[in-house]
Design a protein around this ligand. Structure first.
Ligand SMILES: [Cu+2]
Length: 250
């Protein structure tokens, strides 16, 4: 009975998701609002608006192929801003990511990575070759709730804590919802990465790297090919893909 009910809920979630995934039209840093990428307006504006959030193709859809360069910064990773732009945040500070919406039941972790841009201008950096990325923060199944549902219940907001000991400079922040509601099927996981161009001030001398997007994820990773409809105990033991948070960041 319980299994069949969760199957029905999963099916209903799947049907309902065509219209409503989510995107990031707004950031907040130190109480200041910064425009993100508004899928309802920005793709249609001429000239292309200058945004600190990387633009995406004309939808808010997910990536399911972890070997695609879309896994780096969302669908159409080749689309770069028309000029330099970055939001400034202090090392040790917080970037609030305000999604327009996020559906309950898209169970999964929220994962956050950074990569140092090779020059001071991040707008020319795709980040899709080599291993420039490092993981800074992740939340999975905490106190019986998936991080995705916590985000949905928190005004669709997630707070990214910028490490205090990284070197100052220009960075891409890769913030990602990983939806596992269909992930018991191989290639059924849905990735929703969002890249944000930052100037980090202060900080220390740490220059971490080591992960590639694509590269860090495999379709068969236990944190990607995973059945969320088993038990709280199984979910609590869930290990996100991409490894541990880089040590010594704070
Ligand atoms: Cu969805």
């Amino acid at each position: 009975m319980h299994l069949s009910l969760t199957t029905i809920i999963a099916a209903a979630t799947f049907i309902g998701e065509v219209a409503a995934h989510g995107y990031v039209p707004l950031l907040r840093i130190n109480g200041k609002d910064i425009s993100g990428w508004d899928i309802t307006k920005d793709p249609y504006a001429t000239p292309q608006p200058l945004r600190v959030v990387r633009g995406t193709k004309l939808d808010s859809g997910f990536i399911s192929d972890v070997t695609s360069t879309d896994i780096t910064c969302s669908i159409g990773n080749q689309k770069l801003p028309p000029g330099p732009i970055q939001a400034t945040v202090a090392a040790g500070g917080t970037v609030q990511v305000l999604w327009n919406t996020w559906p309950l039941g898209h169970y999964g972790p929220v994962l956050n990575y950074m990569a140092k841009c090779p020059t001071s201008d991040c707008s020319t950096f795709k980040g899709d070759t080599g291993t420039p990325w490092f993981k800074i923060q992740q939340d999975a199944f905490v106190n019986g709730v998936w991080a995705s549902d916590t985000l949905a219940k928190s005004n669709f907001t997630y707070n990214v804590h910028i490490p205090s000991k990284i070197a100052p400079g220009s960075y891409l922040l890769r913030h990602e919802n990983l939806a596992l509601h269909g992930a018991s099927n191989l290639n059924g996981a849905q990735f929703y990465p969002v890249c944000i161009q930052l100037t980090v001030t202060g900080g220390g001398s740490l220059n971490p790297s080591g992960l590639g997007f694509p590269g860090a994820y495999k379709a068969t990773d236990p944190g990607i090919h995973f059945n969320v409809y088993q038990s709280d105990a199984v979910n609590a033991a869930y290990v996100p893909p991409g490894g541990s948070v880089y040590p010594g960041l704070n």
